[in-house]
Every structure is written in C-alpha cells, then in structure tokens.
Design a protein around this ligand. Structure first.
Ligand SMILES: Cc1cc2nc3c(=O)[nH]c(=O)nc-3n(C[C@H](O)[C@H](O)[C@H](O)COP(=O)(O)OP(=O)(O)OC[C@H]3O[C@@H](n4cnc5c(N)ncnc54)[C@H](O)[C@@H]3O)c2cc1C
Length: 448
C-alpha cells in the first residue's frame, strides 16, 4: 500500500506491464507521485489471462507469460507473499538432479516425449536422446554454440535440441544458440533456481494485485507515449493525441521492440551507443494456440516436443480444475521462425493446422474438439514481440543504465539474468525504481 504522497517528485512510468507496475508500486511506497501511461486498453502487457473460449467465459487462459521460472524471482516471491497456490511443474538443468535427469525432470512424474519422423519417442532420463545430449555436453569444452556441442550427434538428438532449447529460448537455429547458456544450465543451478511452477487458477491474481497496489497512481490507459523530452529541468512526455505531461523523472518500461522500432521519439535522441545496444538485444516472436477438448486426449503424454515437420514446436496439455469441473486444454507453443511461419495464417486456419498436427500425436482427438484460439505476439500492437532472447555480454547493462538522472529503464529485456520472464520483468521494475530513489530522491523524500 502507498505510504504517503510526496508532491515534490513526479515520475511518469511509460508502460503498464508488470515491469512498469512493479516500478510504480516501489515509487508509491516511497511517497512519489506516479503516473502510469499505458498504450493499450488494459494493464498487464504480456501477462494476459483471458477467457478465450466462448463456451467458458469464466475460464482464463494464459495468452502470454504463464510459468514461474525459479524460486529466486519476484514472481515466485509475490506468489508466496500472497499465499497463491502454486503447482510444481518441472525442473531442468539442476545440479541436484541425478546426471541422467540433468536435462529435464517432469515433476508430475510423466516424462516428456519428442515426436520425430512421425514417431513419438521418450525424452526422459533413460532415453537415447537425453543420454546423447548429456554426453555431448560433457565433451563440449571450447564450443561456442549448441551446434558445435551437438556435432556428430544423431539427427534426432539435434532436432530434439532445436525443439527444446531453441524454441524455448527463441533462437532460429542451433548455431545461434550460445554455448555459455548451455553451460550455465547444464552446469546446474540450485534446485530453487531451476524449478518451474504455475499458479493454480490463472495469472489474474497478478493483474489484480498490481491494480490494487498502484491505486495511488494516476493510471491512463489507451495513452501511447510518442515523445519524451528530457533536456530541461523537467521532463515533458507527449502521449495520445499530443497531450503533454510534465514530470521530474521517467521510467521507460516498454518492450524493447518499441525502442528498436523508435516508436517513441526521445529529445535529445538516445545516445548512439545506447541505440546500438538496444538493437543488439535479440528478440523472438512467440505464438500460442489453445485448443479445448471435451476429454483428456493425450493420456499421460502431456508434454511433447515436436522436432519434425511440425506446424508448432511444443505441445503442452493440461487439465484445468475449476470447482468440481475439469477442462481439457492443449497449448501449442512456438517461437522464432516457427512462430513467424504461422503468422501468415488466419486464426481459424492456425487452429485447423494445429488440430491436424495433434491428430498425428493423439489419433482420434479431433472428434473431441470443442474450440480453439490463436495469438501471435509479433502482431500485438505496442508489443510486437514474444520476449527478448540472447544478447552479447554487456548490452543489457548499456540499455538499462539511467540517463542524466532523468530517464530510467525497466522491462524484461533489461534484466541481466532472468530476461524473457515475468519474474525478470517484475524485478527490473523494482531495480529501476531503486536506482531512481538512490540517484535523485533520497534527500527529497526526507523532507516530504
Ligand atoms: C507467448 C509468451 C509466453 C511466455 N511465457 C512465459 C512464461 O511461461 N513465464 C514467464 O515468466 N514469462 C513468460 N513470457 C514472458 C513474459 O510474459 C514477459 O517477459 C513479461 O510479461 C514482460 O513484462 P514487461 O512489463 O517487461 O513488458 P510488457 O508486459 O510487454 O509491458 C510493456 C507495456 O508497455 C506498453 N507500451 C508499449 N509501447 C508504449 C508506449 N509508446 N506508450 C505507453 N505504453 C507502451 C505495452 O502496451 C505493454 O503493456 C512469455 C511471453 C510470451 C509472449
């Protein structure tokens, strides 16, 4: 809850995703006057639980961010603080796992599978593919990319790695997947860091939480910022149809794609080195297709990595419990080139193509089909991306460093470790607000 309002300092937060909202929360708690300008008609950005099935208006499906990646993040801590029930879904790359389980451990006890050449193979600890991956990693010293690590491995193993690693982290090819990342992961983190959870129910609680804690802020929806002028003593922010707001400092918490597209004009322009760093952060497309069935069509094969000629690369199946009802939903997830390839289809054709793919994995499932929904995040206004992917060392630091004690930068792409995640976005907002307080507010707040 906001502790006090300090009329002496006014910060505008540009972007009402969880990064912007966590920044707003931190500033309100320190007594700052806060305005949040959000371009779209709702808060949450890429956290978007929506009742997409017309037959089930109360069932919220995660169109964007879904899992809690790691117990060390603000996402997990928030869920704990609020007492939200979490499901422990899977763990990967943990040094606590036995060698054979190093790649992936499905906590539900059902091992993932991989579909290759029309056959569905196990991808559990004892599978040939898992073993080959782990032993290739053990021989990988000096390799720079995953492609080099997997030289000499079977086509199956390489294809599975692409469906798993590249498609999760948003790179087109094994060649673009940097080895340091495999190292970090297979080198192992502690159990908490590598554990993944999902909130029981939906992420609606996150949106309600931030709506509640930012109540003390002025929040303007459908107010896209077009210009930020920061040369004088104050900062002038132009939004919507040319309305100008004046403030002391700004936290820019928009997706990095917005900065890459230069959709906001900065005056003076952002320094060249910063623009280079912004452009050097890779971004990936991401799509999700949700299909509702009348029953469990997947048996116990609830996670399939699709490594062959697939429309979509990953298939996640879940039974969603709401009261005494159970709903059966299959999510198709993909990123990078696979996501771009499906963007040319309209929603109906996407759902149809996904169903055809599911028929090959779960024969006969089509007769239990109820309805489907597709979203391509590259096509979403004001976001135009899935999430940030790999960047060379140091680029994110340049992107996020404060400018003249006037501009501060948040957003998932500015998190050095947990980029591309909800937790990373939440923590980036807290960090940017902390920098602002440290640099310009310490003395002012004492006088409030
Ligand atoms: C399909 C998909 C699946 C994902 N899965 C997971 C997952 O399982 N777990 C996980 O942790 N993360 C996941 N993520 C990533 C996670 O959702 C994001 O990292 C996180 O939500 C980003 O938050 P943010 O606040 O940085 O950015 P955003 O949520 O994008 O917020 C930025 C806001 O800025 C607004 N904006 C843009 N331009 C302007 C402007 N000119 N003026 C004002 N406002 C503007 C946008 O409308 C947006 O609301 C997934 C993302 C996608 C797309």
């Amino acid at each position: 809850m906001p502790k006090r309002q300090c009329s002496k300092h006014h910060t505008i937060v540009v972007g009402g995703g969880v990064a912007g909202l966590s920044a707003a929360q931190s500033l309100l708690e320190r007594g700052v006057t806060v305005t949040v300008l959000e371009a779209g008609p709702r808060l949450g950005g890429r956290v978007w639980p929506q009742p997409v099935f017309t037959s089930l208006p109360d069932l919220h499906i995660e169109l964007g961010g879904e899992f809690i990646h790691g117990a060390h993040t603000g996402h997990f801590k928030l869920a704990q603080e609020k007492g939200w029930e979490m499901e422990y879904i899977y763990e990967w790359f943990s040094s606590n796992l036995p060698q054979q389980d190093k790649i992936y451990k499905n906590k539900g006890g059902k091992p993932p599978s991989v579909s290759i050449g029309g056959t569905v193979l196990p991808f559990d600890s004892h599978s040939a593919i898992s073993k080959e991956l782990v032993s290739a990693y053990e021989r990988s010293e000096g390799c720079k990319t995953l492609d080099e690590v997997l030289k000499g491995c079977t086509e199956e193993t390489r294809a599975a790695a692409e469906a798993f690693f590249c498609q999760t982290d948003g790179t087109d090819t094994l060649d673009e997947y940097p080895c340091y990342y495999v190292d970090e992961m297979l080198g192992g983190g502690d159990e908490g860091e590598m554990s993944n959870y999902r909130l029981k129910g939906s992420n609606c609680g996150i949106i309600s939480h931030y709506t509640e804690v930012t109540r003390g802020a002025q929040i303007l929806l459908s107010s896209p910022v077009t210009r930020v002028e920061y040369s004088g003593g104050s900062v002038k922010v132009t939004h919507s149809e040319g309305e100008v707001l004046v403030c002391d400092t700004v936290i820019v918490a928009v997706p990095i794609s917005v900065l890459q597209r230069r959709s906001i004009e900065f005056s003076p322009p952002l320094p060249k080195a910063r623009l280079r760093a912004i452009d050097n952060v890779n971004i990936t497309a991401a799509s999700k297709i949700h299909i509702r069935f009348s029953c469990n069509v997947w048996g116990d094969r609830n996670l399939i990595l699709c490594a062959d000629n697939r429309f979509c690369s990953q298939v996640w199946c879940k039974e969603i419990r709401a009261g005494d009802k159970v709903y059966y939903v299959v999510t198709g997830f993909c990123t990078a080139k696979v996501s771009h390839a499906m963007e040319v289809y309209n929603e109906k054709d996407c759902v149809r193509a996904m169903l055809l793919q599911l028929e090959t994995l779960y024969p006969g499932c089509g007769q239990h089909y109820i309805e489907g929904h597709a979203i391509h995040w590259s096509k979403q206004p004001y976001v135009n991306m899935g999430y940030s992917a790999f960047a060379a060392d140091g680029e994110r630091e340049v992107v996020r460093s404060p400018l003249f004690d006037k501009l501060y930068f948040a957003g998932e792409a500015t998190n050095l470790v947990d980029y591309g995640t909800i937790g990373g976005a939440i923590d980036s907002g807290t960090r940017a607000a902390g920098e602002l307080v440290e640099h310009v507010l310490k003395d002012i707040l004492i006088d409030c």
